[in-house]
Unconditional design. Structure first.
Length: 93
């Protein structure tokens, strides 16, 4: 619903972008930590990884709510993480 509001109202869009950026910055802190710990590939930029994880999570959450099936959404997230070898460090291969 918020994306629809943003499409039609520039002020709402600006506010959403600001808040989205704050949320991505919070997620990015976890990505950076995972990169330092060797869980995620440290050679990739952390902000786009954070954005992808956010979008994937909320996509899976939307699916779970719409289908009323949490297990399928969990499977989707696990598949995503397993199918993106660039995110993984060489030690996790």
């Amino acid at each position: 619903m918020m994306s629809e509001l943003g499409m039609n109202h520039p002020i709402v869009a600006q506010t959403l972008e600001l808040e989205f950026s704050k949320l991505i910055a919070i997620i990015e802190q976890s990505v950076v930590l995972a990169q330092k710990e060797g869980i995620l590939n440290p050679n990739l930029p952390s902000a786009p990884i954070a954005e992808m994880l956010h979008s994937s999570f909320f996509g899976a959450l939307t699916r779970a709510k719409n289908c009323q099936n949490n297990q399928k959404s969990l499977q989707s997230m696990q598949l995503l993480m397993q199918s993106v070898p660039l995110l993984q460090t060489s030690s996790s291969d």
